[in-house]
Design a protein around this ligand. Structure first.
Ligand code: UT7
Length: 329
């Protein structure tokens, strides 16, 4: 198969901040209701990081757990990739900050930005770098502090997101789940569907960008919903076909955790029963790049996962970006 041999998922870990915020608490602050949020999204609560708890801190805890799970010490890591849209700061990268906090040697570290598809993009990139023979052991992280870019005056977005992190250790060989294949894509023709308009070179920070709330996340939810189902379905089908699998062979689907109705639509369109989809968005909301590893960590460690099962991970996000990954557990 193209690009083989593939890497091994040696260990996985995740972390969410302590503070739980349920829909009821949100409805005391914003013109919304538990009923609206639950029925439109499936979300019941989410976690918010403390003021002094940054994306790199969430990434640190998730990484420690993944390293522990893999039985790999930080000195063995020779590549760190962090997928995030909420880095601690514009630069240096959160990956560099994480490297220092973990005591990882002076190896290659960089951030990757593909929004909610970021973790799967990062797995693809790390897998390719390991396959090149120049790297041995990668730490791949999806981490977000989305509460830092949420607009509390926009009820159409602020009820959807949460903070968290997930991490995976990939090695060239050894015991673990086998990464089978990847499919990443993007369509940059309509960036304003989901974006944070200010703070970059196009609209540098100014009084005006602050006044216009340009530093917060903005989204056309309805359009994103429609695109999400379409692009995830296509990415999943193309990846399965590329690797000669029938959709009936998929034992578990770990979808991006954005909206229970998106997951249901995807299940119908792919004709894969809903009970094979893993969902934890009711507990954490949409955590963007952290969403897949947070769900994967929970699912992988649950009793429903057996050795040899085939897993399909599938995501979409701002860009638009999308990505699918096949894993043999
Ligand atoms: O990771 C990728 C990121 N994004 C997503 O995955 C989001 C994809 N989109 C969605 O999940 C859904 O489109 C939303 C959950 C964002 C919105 O659900 P919807 O069923 O598409 O609702 P809508 O935008 O069509 O709004 C329906 C109504 C509107 O009122 P009117 O115009 O019908 O009177 C909104 O003003 O719901 C109202 N509304 C709310 N009401 C109470 C919007 N947000 C809220 C709210 N509480 N928080």
């Amino acid at each position: 198969m193209s690009g083989s041999p593939r890497s091994i998922l040696r260990g996985i870990g995740s972390y969410v901040p302590e503070r739980k915020v349920d829909n009821q608490e949100l409805s005391e602050k914003v013109d919304t209701s538990d009923e609206w949020i639950r029925t439109r999204t499936g979300i019941k609560e989410r976690r918010f990081a403390a003021k002094n708890e940054n994306t790199s801190d969430l990434a640190l805890e998730a990484s420690r757990r993944a390293l522990d799970d893999a039985g790999v010490s930080p000195e063995k890591i020779d590549l760190v990739v962090v997928a995030t849209i909420t880095p601690d700061m514009a630069f240096p990268s959160t990956a560099c900050l994480l490297q220092h906090k973990l005591g990882i040697p002076k190896v290659a570290c960089f951030d990757l930005e593909a929004a909610c598809s970021g973790f799967l993009y990062a797995l693809d990139v790390a897998d390719g770098m390991l396959s090149s023979g120049r790297y041995e052991c990668a730490l791949v992280v999806g981490a977000e502090k989305l509460s830092s870019i949420m607009d509390w005056e926009d009820r159409t977005t602020c009820v959807l997101f949460g903070d968290g992190a997930g991490a995976a250790v990939l090695t060239k060989e050894g015991e673990g789940a086998e990464m089978i294949g990847f499919q990443c894509g993007a369509d940059g023709s309509n960036p304003s569907l989901l974006h944070q308009p200010a703070g970059g070179s196009m609209q540098p920070a100014s009084q005006e960008t602050v006044d216009s709330r340009g530093h917060f996340l903005k989204m056309n939810g309805r359009e994103i919903f429609k695109s999400a189902v379409r692009v995830m379905e296509r990415a999943a089908i193309e990846l399965l076909e590329k690797h000669g699998f029938d959709k009936n062979e998929v034992d578990h689907v770990i979808p991006h955790q954005a909206n229970a109705r998106i997951v249901e639509s995807l299940s119908q369109r792919l004709e894969i029963p809903l009970d094979r989809f893993y969902c934890n968005l009711h507990k954490f909301g949409n955590t963007s790049a952290a969403s897949i590893p947070l769900a994967l960590d929970e699912a992988y460690k649950s009793e429903t996962f057996k050795k040899g099962d085939l897993g399909l991970l599938v995501a979409f996000g701002a860009g638009l970006t999308w990505s699918a990954t096949l894993v043999r557990f």
